[in-house]
Design a protein around this ligand. Sequence first.
Ligand SMILES: [Zn+2]
Length: 145
Amino acid sequence: MSWTDERITLLKELWGNGKSASEIAEILGGVSRNAVIGKAHRLQLSGRPSPIKGKGDMEAKAPRKKPKEEAQGATILSLTEHMCRWPIGDPKLPGFKFCGKPTTGSLPYCTEHAQAAYQQPYRQRDSSTSSSSSSRPSQGQKVTA
Ligand SMILES: [Zn+2]
């Protein structure tokens, strides 16, 4: 038998409808299932979704490359003056590191840690903001830092 235009059209149709190769072969008649597959492949019909047979993944699943994970942080040896020296972890433990991110301005810390470094002392001072109108004048005592 030969592939007439008519049969090819029918093949395309059936293939597109998700018929299996053996079904198509049966409908067309006179062709084997393998012939149908081979013809479909030559017609580049093989890209259809195949709900009938999960016949393996034709496309090799390329493993996605993860962005190279650089070791975060800096040790005391690799720390430079332009790196954040915010301590991370316990200095007594081997995993101890410094933040190591680029510093901001004149501070030895990165943006994040500069804020953290400033917030702590300021919070403690909040209770004594109205020192000028204090009911207890304390001349000998310097409150200002
Ligand atoms: Zn930092």
